[in-house]
Structure formats: structure tokens, C-alpha cells
Design a protein around this ligand. Structure first.
Ligand code: HEC
Length: 307
């Protein structure tokens, strides 16, 4: 018989705030002080927590977009191309371009935070890793684990998460692409890494919530820009917008339907991550039942924040 252990080293309000943020209650982004006095403006959340939560968001949206829009969309005659933005090109963004669209918008809203999808066998040469990122990517290929480090050349805190060939379309499209330097990708290969960077080691919960909210907003805006583009398609190729998905025919979910799908999937993913995450192995032994997302595995710095 063991009695339930208290959550060590994590201020309960911090946990609640972060959990609320990932389940889509962004109201609190503007008024967290009402929840608990001043918990929001202390800078005690490790940036690694931000990176892990952003990555969970990004991975879910990337999976929805690839598996539920692009893959069935291709079968229905929808096209996805690099040059999708050009006038008279009746196509939507490839998954990597959807990410870049998101990254560009994020840069405008949150200039300190940056997002990049790179590889060592890129279709687009400018996506090739350089410097420290190149060295850490080798580790990711060997270990399939995210890497957290300070990039000495920029002084920025950096996180790289493996980008896995999770759908047959990833493999076939890259293997068949004329500019791809590699033609033998297989399912579950590490094709690249989603790379985030930020200038500071610690952030406040207000900032955490604001950045997660900003990320979700810009990802939904990126989808909206695809929907707007479909208005210019030939009537015969134009998908009907509404609550149906390409698996059912020449349809695309409208902005609300897409948002609801993202909210359902991401909230579960992010919340699970928040509650189950373990410290990375190189930072010390994993501790059972310890939701380290908010402690970030660097216990000594957080020792004073226990409720
Ligand atoms: C229909 C074609 C297509 C599909 C499907 C596709 N990609 Fe790509 N991918 C591309 C193209 C084209 C680029 C280069 C885009 C650019 O940056 O201009 C790219 C870029 C990338 C990059 C950045 C490095 C590079 O090659 O330039 C990674 C990593 C990547 N894709 C992984 C994936 C993964 C993982 C999936 C599945 C979840 C996927 N791709 C699905 C065509 C595709």
C-alpha cells in the first residue's frame, strides 16, 4: 500500500496554468494573474519545457495535415507543391511548406522564438543543417531522441526533435522527388529534425502560455491561407469546404472543423506529455511518477518552487 505521492518541485498553479493553456483556454493568456497571485510572472519554467510542448503541438498538427489532408487529398486529385503560392498554381502547401508558413508567421508574432525543419539529405538545399545542429543531428539519427543544447555560434538555447517518416507519403514523395539527394527512405526513418531556438534559459508561465497560444494561432492561420488559395482553383478541382475531409471526397475541412480536430488531438497529446514526461537520460536518472515537464529535469534550480 502506497499513499499517493505529492507532485514534487512543481508549483501546482504552474501545472494548472500550463494544462489550461494546452487544452485551449487561451483566455488565461491575458489574465493569469487572476488565477493565482503573481505565479505567472516568475521566470521559473525551463525553456526545455516550452520546446517540448511546442513540439507536441507541432507534431500533432503536422500529422493531421499529412495523414488527413495531404495523403487522402492526393488521391482525390488535390495537388501539393513547393510553388503553391504562385498565382495560377492550383495547389496547397506540402507538409514542409505548411511548417515554413507557420514558422514565418510565428517569427512575426514572437521574434525571439524560431522554428526550422532541416535535414542532411534535403530536397531544398537551404534546409541542410550546419554547425552544431549538424553534430547534434547525428546523435538524433543514432538515438532517435530529442537533443537540447546551447548553440555556441548563436548563444541560443536549441532543441531538435526527430522528424520521422510516419506516413507512406513521406517516403514516396521524397524518394520520387527529382531534387532529392536520397532515394531509399523507408517508413520510420529519421528524415530530419524540427529545430526550435530561443535566447533565454527560463521563461515565465505567462510567456509559456502566450507562446503556445501564438503557435496554435499561426498554425491555424497557415491552414487558412491554404483555404483562401482554394478559392482561386478551377471549379472542377475546387474542394468543397465544410465539415467533411478529403477521405470522403473532394472536400476540405473549413477553418472551424480543422481547428476542432487540432484542439482535440493536440490537447490530449500535450496534456499527456505534460503529465508523463521524464527528464532526459543524460540529465540524470528518470524518477517514477514525476511529471518533469515543468521541472525540466533540472531539479536544483526548481527546488524552491514546491507548493
Ligand atoms: C507530396 C510530397 C511530400 C510529402 C508527402 C512530404 N514531403 Fe517532405 N518535403 C517535400 C519537399 C518538396 C520538400 C522541400 C520543400 C522546401 O523546403 O522547399 C520537403 C522538405 C522536407 C524536409 C526538410 C528537408 C528537405 O528535404 O528539404 C523534411 C525533414 C521532410 N520534408 C520530411 C517529411 C516527412 C517526415 C514527411 C511525412 C510526414 C514529408 N516530408 C512529406 C515533399 C514532400
Amino acid at each position: 500500500m502506497t499513499s499517493p505521492k505529492p507532485l514534487p518541485k512543481i508549483h501546482r498553479s504552474v501545472l494548472i496554468l500550463a494544462a489550461l493553456s494546452v487544452i485551449g483556454i487561451y483566455l488565461f493568456a491575458t489574465a493569469p494573474a487572476d488565477l493565482d497571485d503573481r505565479v505567472g510572472d516568475r521566470r521559473d519554467v525551463p525553456v526545455e519545457t516550452l520546446f517540448r510542448l511546442l513540439d507536441a503541438e507541432n507534431a500533432s498538427i503536422r500529422a493531421i495535415y499529412t495523414a488527413e489532408i495531404v495523403t487522402p487529398g492526393l488521391k482525390r486529385g488535390l495537388a501539393y507543391r513547393e510553388d503553391w503560392k504562385i498565382r495560377d498554381v492550383h495547389a496547397g502547401p506540402l507538409p514542409a511548406l505548411f511548417l515554413r508558413e507557420t514558422a514565418n508567421r510565428l517569427q512575426q508574432r514572437m521574434p525571439e522564438l524560431s522554428l526550422f525543419l532541416g535535414s542532411t539529405y534535403p530536397i531544398e538545399a537551404s534546409n541542410h543543417f550546419k554547425g552544431a545542429q549538424l553534430a547534434y543531428f547525428e546523435k538524433i539519427e543514432q538515438q532517435q531522441q530529442p537533443q537540447f543544447f546551447i548553440d555556441e555560434s548563436t548563444g541560443r538555447h536549441t532543441a531538435m526533435f526527430p522528424d520521422i517518416a510516419s506516413a507512406p507519403a513521406c517516403v514516396s514523395c521524397h524518394n520520387e522527388h527529382p531534387d532529392s539527394p536520397r532515394k531509399d527512405w523507408k517508413l520510420d526513418d529519421v528524415m530530419g529534425a524540427t529545430t526550435w531556438s530561443f535566447p533565454r534559459a527560463k521563461i515565465s508561465t505567462d510567456e509559456l502560455v502566450a507562446m503556445l497560444a501564438a503557435y496554435r494561432t499561426v498554425a491555424l492561420d497557415a491552414y487558412d491561407s491554404y483555404l483562401k488559395k482554394t478559392e482561386t482553383f478551377d471549379p472542377a478541382q475546387r474542394p468543397r469546404l465544410g465539415d467533411r475531409w478529403p477521405r470522403d471526397g473532394l472536400f476540405l475541412p473549413d477553418a472551424r472543423t480543422f481547428r476542432e480536430r487540432v484542439e482535440t488531438k493536440n490537447s490530449t497529446a500535450s496534456l499527456n506529455l505534460l503529465l508523463q514526461i521524464r527528464p532526459p537520460p543524460e540529465r540524470g536518472p528518470a524518477v517514477e511518477n514525476r511529471p518533469a515537464a515543468l521541472a525540466g529535469g533540472s531539479a536544483p534550480e526548481n527546488a524552491g518552487t514546491a507548493p
